[in-house]
Write a protein that binds this ligand. Structure first.
Ligand code: UDP
Ligand code: MG
Length: 349
């Protein structure tokens, strides 16, 4: 099955995306087929199935039957969006590597434009920048602004705000990313931090075509913590500043207490004692927690545990036998109302 290295590898992480997968394939394929319609140049779509528990693997198998350029790497367990992207990049064979989400929020139609920009401007990275987020929820916009604002202060000028994980990278960039030792890689920060020549292509972000977002608040917070601790030790210095501020306040309080004592106007002072103890306790815990984030990072980094495990790669396997494919077809019971039949879901495990 292993053919010549493709010109472009499109890495697409997918987790429980049965609802959006057929729509996605329908939109992506004509774009790529059109881009590589002549000559020997080809592409590869590398879907990283991030341990989906729904019908995604079955649907992928079905798509593969009529789409030889589709390659599926299945992870053993759900590893998360960033780890899935890393898994895809580690296995991408193309001279160029693009990453995008599968929910059609990032339009696949932009890929030819990105490739053209990379070639004509001779750059290593082309960022897809969301110029219009009006279809995102107000909450998403607010959190995104806070995130990019914070990270821009931390990383500096390299970071393009609103450049998410839709981007095209040269082979050199993909190789550079693959050699990074970070386990909690946040690609949208790691790539700009490389500082390779880059350009931007703007697009309007569409609403999710189907299915639900896989980024609840807890995952967004995790991404922010990983982003911060991965690039800055500034939070550690907070402890120093708090300590200095605390010392100053203590000096003032001491002067006040002494003068009150000398003039004989001592007050019961319960409130001030309580507030001081509580405030100092809270600050200590905060600083300890921050320290813990870095220690934790060191700890996981030293353990050297991989952030994902690959179960199978369709490139390294012979395609499923006709019997299996026929059995899959027999199970194809499509219910217009509810989506997919349980038998298909069971086969997806
Ligand atoms: N994703 C993944 N593993 C996860 C969570 C998400 O591979 O654990 C994929 C998901 O299928 C999608 C992409 O990462 O292709 C981005 O997720 P989503 O669209 O839900 O995030 P949002 O666009 O809402 O930030
Ligand atoms: Mg999305």
């Amino acid at each position: 099955m292993v053919g010549p290295a493709p010109v472009l590898t499109v890495v697409v992480p997918m987790y429980d995306e049965e609802a959006v997968l057929p729509l996605f394939a329908e939109r992506l394929r004509p774009v790529l087929d059109g881009l590589f319609d002549s000559g020997d140049e080809t592409y590869e779509v590398l879907v990283v199935d991030d341990g989906s528990r729904d019908a995604t693997p079955v649907l992928l198998l079905r798509e593969q039957r009529g789409w030889p350029q589709l390659r599926v790497v299945r992870l053993r367990a759900n590893a998360g969006h960033q780890a899935a992207l890393s898994a895809g990049l580690a296995r991408a064979r193309g001279q160029w590597g693009a990453t995008l989400g599968d929910d059609l929020q990032d339009p696949p139609e932009l890929l030819p434009q990105m490739l053209a920009a990379a070639r004509s401007e001779d750059v290593d990275v082309v960022y897809g920048v969301r110029s219009d987020r009006s279809t995102d929820t107000a909450f998403k916009r607010l959190t995104a602004r806070a995130y990019y604002g914070l990270m821009q202060r931390v990383i500096g000028g390299h970071l393009t705000p609103d450049a998410g994980d839709y981007r095209l990278m040269s082979r050199a960039t993909v190789d550079a990313v693959n050699t990074l030792p970070d386990h909690h890689r946040v690609l949208r920060l790691v790539v700009p931090a490389l500082g390779f020549p880059s350009t931007k292509v703007a697009y309007a972000r569409a609403p999710r075509a189907a299915g639900k977002t896989k980024y609840p608040l807890s995952r967004m917070l995790r991404l922010t913590v990983d982003s911060l601790t991965g690039f800055s030790v500034a939070p550690l210095r907070l402890a120093t500043w708090f300590g200095l501020g605390g010392a100053l306040v203590t000096a003032i309080l001491l002067a006040f207490a002494l003068s009150a004592d000398i003039s004989g106007r001592t007050v019961p002072g319960w409130t001030s004692t309580f507030v001081a103890v509580a405030a100092v306790g809270a600050l200590q815990l905060l600083c300890l927690g921050l320290l813990g984030e870095y220690v934790g990072r060191l700890y996981t980094q030293m353990q050297g545990r991989p952030s994902y495990f690959v179960a199978r790669d369709s490139l390294e396997r012979t395609p499923p036998s006709e019997d299996v494919v026929a059995a899959l077809d027999e199970e194809r019971v499509f219910d217009q109302e509810t989506g997919f039949d349980q038998t298909i879901k069971a086969a997806g495990r």
